[in-house]
Design a protein around this ligand. Sequence first.
Ligand code: NAD
Ligand code: IPM
Ligand code: MN
Length: 368
Amino acid sequence: MSNPSLLILAGDGIGPEVMAQVTRIIDWFGDKRGLKFDVSEDLVGGAAYDAHGVALHDDTMAKAQEVDAVLLGAVGGPAYDDLDFSLKPERGLLRLRKEMDLFANLRPAQCFDALAEFSSLKTDIVSGLDIMIVRELTSGSYFGEPRGIHMEDNMRVGINTQRYTEAEIDRVARSAFELARRRNNKVCSMEKANVMESGILWRDVVTEVHQADYADVELSHMYADNGAMQLVRAPKQFDVIVTDNLFGDILSDCAAMLTGSLGMLPSASLGAPMENGRPKAMYEPVHGSAPDITGQGKANPSACILSFAMALRYSFDQGVEADRLEAAVEKVLADGIRTADLMQADGGTPVSTTQMGDAVLAALEASL
Ligand code: NAD
Ligand code: IPM
Ligand code: MN
């Protein structure tokens, strides 16, 4: 049987820097755990634009459709700010999500004990935090029509449309309920049903799916603005949060800071099951290309490494190895080895991206 296939799209900015550490870890699992992957690499975002004049080449898109999983670093950067909208690096990422139909974006926010003091919130508010945001990823205002900038009465008008079908809400709600059953059995659905019709439909459909098939799971509803406030007031009240594409983008960056740094948050973007029963999948850190620290060896590779752990769990049925990798990252942090984003003004010398990779590899080695 052939090895499972992985397509690595490191992208721009710190993307290649953090992905380089993941590549070492993939090699380690091949050498030491007999988990061999057929790894190929390609371009996305600004890197693809520089080479091909588009943010994602059709051949790369086709490859992404064929592999067992895609690992993505980050896209974007100031060099591409003035490009035509259709050519921007972010379009490459959005095309991957849309054409692979990766509708459920799992963004776990876990606060490792060693990092509780690095959160901008008080330690007791975040210590032990373990929540999962399920962000709808292929619809809503990111993709709704009509959209664009046009002239009306001699004035420019910018338009995006928040649009959700019943089927789109239904399937992401099911993903959230299924996850909750394997966690603490609670789902909080967030929208703005008080001002948006799409929010009313969202609430109705989530409630219907719940009543029909998941009545054993505890369901609550919250307006998304209150949700943002509750996330910083008392985040441990949540288990699974399910929300739309735009609210999910914002709420997950907010949740990132609960864990100490945006450099810690991984994600899995999952679609419908393929022929082999596994979901179509792309694994991507929540953070972006971090132009302010690019090329300085400062980037925290943890989010990208933990995204690979999610790949082991959700695409390759290697829960034990995923646990091993997560434990290795946790051990390194507990030992006080940290990149600059996790340093307090007065404390210690940060390690570089590569040194953080070295430390995770050493912890993996010690786990054998
Ligand atoms: P960003 O996530 O790139 O950076 C926000 C802040 O967090 C910066 O101060 C950065 O230094 C810090 N940071 C982020 N990741 C870090 C890491 N791994 N280690 C240490 N510090 C880290 O967001 P931004 O500055 O708003 O966006 C920059 C570019 O990235 C934009 O072009 C944006 O569109 C793009 N972006 C891409 C993705 C993605 O590819 N998935 C996600 C978000 C933003
Ligand atoms: C994210 C990013 C992307 C988004 C951008 C880069 C398209 O912010 O993955 O959170 O808005 O979805
Ligand atoms: Mn975002």
